[in-house]
Design a protein around this ligand. Sequence first.
Ligand code: F6P
Length: 551
Amino acid sequence: MAANATNDTWRPLDEAAANARRLTLAEHFATDPERAATFTFRTGSLLVDLSKCWLDRPALDALLAFARSRGVGPARDALLRGDPVNVTERRAALHTLLRTPAGALGPDHPFAHLAPLAGEVTAERERFLSFAERVRDGSIAAADGARFTDVVNLGIGGSDLGPRMATRALAPYCDGPRCHFVANVDGAATADTFASLDPARTLVVISSKSFSTIETMTNAATARAWLSGALGEAAAAHHLLAVTTATTRAAGFSIPGERTFGFWDWTGGRYSVWSSIGLALAIAIGRREFEAFLAGGHAMDEHFRTAPDETNIPMLLGLLDVWNRSVHRLPSLLVAPYDERLELLPAYLQQLVMESNGKSVGCDGRPVGRPTAAVVWGSAGTNGQHAYFQLLHQGTEVVPAEFLIAAEGHEPHLAHHHAILVANCLAQSEALLTGRGEGESHRALVAAGHTQEEAARLAPHATFPGDRPSATIAYRRLTPHVLGELLALYEHRVFVAATLWGINPFDQYGVELGKQIALGITGDAGMDRNASTRSLLAFLSLSREGHSNAP
Ligand code: F6P
């Protein structure tokens, strides 16, 4: 990836931003009848409306010129070609291969050199998908020969968030055993999950790329004890699987090779849902739907690879992220899926965006010149409207919002619910944009029956500044294919933004220090720790022992 941009490189963007902001969003719409059409983009099943963003045509041109100057096109080609784009760890980031259909890389394909590796990927995909099918049809059964009714995925971070979010998102397609997810090492997580399960009917999948993450390995040991305690050790072995790149460690945990599913070092945890890490999801939805999910991801890869910059949606959204964060210096991004089953998308994106791009130094080890990843947050709409949307409309911070909305739900008999959902989603982006001036608020208050005096008193409180930016992603229905398109879109968008910032999105050194300190604390009861940590430890250990006068 290219070296960090200097202030000179950013200047055209700063100037374009200042120019675009001479008009409010409402004024941009009033002066350009084509605005909605100009800033609406389509690919596959997705429509992306950027017309309510702080953009105009010259700003978009400046951003596209910035992308060219930062070498985003060549960087994308290097990513897809399998170059070692993860420069710190000196390896490729080939998650796109996980969703490349078998036989797609023929001799004429630009990435034909990846065909042997793609063959390995296809073989492992075949292994875990046929295993999933056999769990679903009962030919892989519990120790007593009966069908598994429940699957528990033990994993954390990328070994949890992807399959957990996708299983929730695709609930209408879940017709296999029920899937549960335990990530937290907090005993409450395993206790609450196992409380309602019958060990004799439960399959436990230990998902960990490294097979050494303390949370997952602690939960795995507890799960094994739970199974063995109820079924005996020999029978418990029929109820355990491993998904990992560290197959020797899985063998060390007494999980045999035929019950261990692999993936590759070049798959980052947060990019791994497409691999055997998606096993629980595959068991829930079955091979056909899992393949549709992969096909959606692949369709987005092809769009990213081949579409011109001007209509390349991951390119445009990556540019938008840099525009909002580094040019307008907006510190956070609200992701508001008006789609109940995407309620875990914000949590999934927190890892994807913040673990990838929450960096302060570039690939060259030098400090970055501008702010990088935004803080991503959010929850399902419309619930947020009755909680934090107040701040979006009238708070002192501008928070760019991203709405996701389906044309229809999976519940035709509840179409009237969906109509209200759609209306609310569109109303929010319009309200953020238009706002409402004090005079108009005053008139509205009088129309609502307030006296002139009361209306004057209340008008400042009922005034909305407006001119607040948002983007909307729309699709017909949340199918496995659409989910695949969406997730691959977010992955590539993160890559584009990383390239513009000159950072490596594929490492995560920032999570290591806390892990090491935690090991020290569990190992030596806090010797040589910071004074505050020592005092908290003393309180916690005295409280545990029942002393009421703990410091
Ligand atoms: O601590 C961060 C992290 O390394 C993530 O990047 C990863 O997804 C998660 O932990 C889990 O790691 P593993 O799959 O190796 O257990």
